[in-house]
Design a protein around this ligand. Structure first.
Ligand SMILES: [Zn+2]
Length: 390
C-alpha cells in the first residue's frame, strides 16, 4: 500500500514537473500599418491563453499571456508611431506571465484572436475615425498546413536583368544579373520542395527578357504572386542594406532613383512618367492589390532582416518602400521587388559572391512568402463581406 502511495506521488511529481516545463515563449512582435487599422502580431512557439483589457490615461490595451516567457533575444519595446498606435511594450510581468501593452494614439476599437501554424496572437487596432469599417466578429478557422497553399499555389520568380542587360556591377566585377538568377533558382527550389508550390521563372538562363514580358508571363499563367529579385547599387559606396518595394506613386527621391535604375531610364524621365501612373494606381487601389502587395513586402522584408542578422553583422533594414517599377506595372497578382543587398558596397558584394549567403537570402525570402500566405488565408470574413481585408 505504502509502495503504491510513494509510486503515485513520484508519478504526480513527474507529471507536474513535465507540465511546468512546457511553457511557451514569445519569439517576436511585429506590426503592419494599414489605412483602417494597425495589426500587431505576437509570435509564440505554442498554444497560449491570454486575457485582454483596456485602460485610460494614457489610452492603452494590454494582454497577459499565461504560462509564457519572453525570449531572451527580444527587446522590450517596438516603436510604431503611425496614426493609430504609438508603440508596443512587452515584459515578463511575473513568473510565467508575459504582458504586452499597446499604447494607443487614436483608436476606437480592437479585436484580438489566436492563429496557428505558426502560433501567433493577432491584434487589429482600428483607427478612431474609421467609420463603417469597425471590426465585425471574424471567424477564425483552422486549416491544416497543406491547405493554405491551395489558395496561393503559383509563384512567379523574376530574376532581374539578364543577357545584354547586366544590371548593376560591383567593384570586383560581380554582375547583378548572375546573382539574381542564382538567388531566384534557389528560392524556386525551396518553394517547390519545402512548401509544395508551383514555381514559374521569367528566366532560368542568362538571357534578356523585356520588363513588360515578365509581368505578361505572370498574368498569362495566372500566377498568385510575383517576386522580382534585384541587387541595389549606389554611387555612395558605403550604402548597404535590404529594402523591399511594391508599386505605388512616390515623391521620395531615393526610391525614385532606385526605380529609375531598375527601369533603365534617367531620373528626370522617371519623374515625368509618374504623372501617367494615376490610372494604374486607381485600379490597384480598387482591386486591393496594393494592400496585399504591401503585406507581402512587409513579410519578406522582415524575414530577410531578421534571418540575415542572425549570421551577419551590419545588416541594414531600409524597410518597405514604394515606387514606379515597370516590371510590376500591370501585374494582376500581389507583386514585389526585393533589393537583397548593395552590390556596389564592398562587403555586400563579397557576401553576394558567397553561395552560403545566397542560400540564406533565398531561405529568408521563402520564409517571408510563407508567413504572408499563412496570414492571408487563415482569416475568413463573415458571409456577405469581401474577404479583402486579410
Ligand atoms: Zn536590378
Amino acid at each position: 500500500m505504502r509502495k503504491v502511495f510513494i509510486l503515485s506521488l513520484l508519478l504526480m511529481l513527474f507529471v507536474c514537473s513535465s507540465e511546468a516545463s512546457k511553457h511557451t515563449t514569445v519569439q517576436d512582435v511585429r506590426y503592419f500599418s494599414y489605412k483602417s487599422h494597425t495589426r500587431v502580431v505576437v509570435d509564440i512557439d505554442g498554444h497560449i491563453d491570454f486575457t485582454k483589457n483596456r485602460l485610460a490615461n494614457p489610452d492603452r490595451i494590454f494582454f497577459d499571456i499565461k504560462n509564457c516567457y519572453l525570449s531572451k533575444k527580444m527587446k522590450s519595446s517596438l516603436d510604431v508611431k503611425d496614426k493609430i498606435i504609438n508603440n508596443v511594450r512587452f515584459s515578463q510581468f511575473n513568473k510565467g506571465t508575459v504582458r504586452v501593452v499597446i499604447d494607443l494614439k487614436n483608436s476606437k476599437d480592437f479585436s484580438a484572436y489566436l492563429l496557428e501554424n505558426p502560433y501567433r496572437l493577432v491584434v487589429d487596432v482600428y483607427a478612431g475615425d474609421a467609420k463603417g469599417i469597425l471590426p465585425e466578429p471574424r471567424e477564425v478557422i483552422k486549416i491544416p498546413e497543406k491547405k493554405f497553399l491551395n489558395n496561393i499555389r503559383t509563384v512567379v520568380i523574376d530574376p532581374g536583368h539578364g543577357g545584354k542587360d547586366p544590371g548593376a556591377v560591383g567593384l570586383k566585377g560581380l554582375k547583378e544579373k548572375d546573382i539574381t538568377l542564382s538567388v531566384g533558382k534557389k528560392l524556386g527550389k525551396m518553394l517547390k520542395a519545402k512548401h509544395g508550390m508551383k514555381v514559374i521563372y521569367t528566366r532560368t538562363k542568362d538571357r534578356f527578357v523585356p520588363l513588360n514580358k515578365r509581368t505578361q508571363l505572370a498574368n498569362s499563367k495566372k500566377a498568385d504572386l510575383f517576386i522580382s529579385i534585384h541587387t541595389n547599387a549606389s554611387r555612395k559606396r558605403s550604402a548597404r542594406g535590404i529594402e523591399t518595394y511594391f508599386l505605388n506613386w512616390t515623391n521620395e527621391n531615393q526610391a525614385m532613383k532606385v526605380a529609375a535604375r531598375e527601369n533603365g531610364i534617367p531620373l528626370s524621365k522617371m519623374k515625368k512618367q509618374q504623372g501617367g501612373l494615376k490610372m494604374i494606381l486607381q485600379d490597384l487601389a480598387r482591386s486591393n492589390k496594393k494592400e496585399e502587395a504591401m503585406k507581402l513586402a512587409y513579410n519578406v522584408q522582415n524575414a530577410m532582416v531578421k534571418d540575415l542578422k542572425r549570421n551577419y553583422r551590419g545588416i541594414k533594414d531600409h524597410g518597405v518602400k514604394f515606387a514606379l517599377f515597370y516590371v510590376l506595372v500591370g501585374a494582376e497578382m500581389p507583386s514585389i521587388l526585393v533589393e537583397i543587398s548593395f552590390i556596389s558596397n564592398r562587403e555586400e558584394e563579397k557576401r553576394l559572391a558567397n553561395n552560403k549567403y545566397r542560400d540564406r537570402v533565398a531561405a529568408a525570402i521563402a520564409k517571408g512568402i510563407k508567413s504572408y500566405i499563412s496570414e492571408s488565408t487563415l482569416i475568413v470574413q463573415p458571409v456577405g463581406k469581401s474577404a479583402s481585408e486579410g
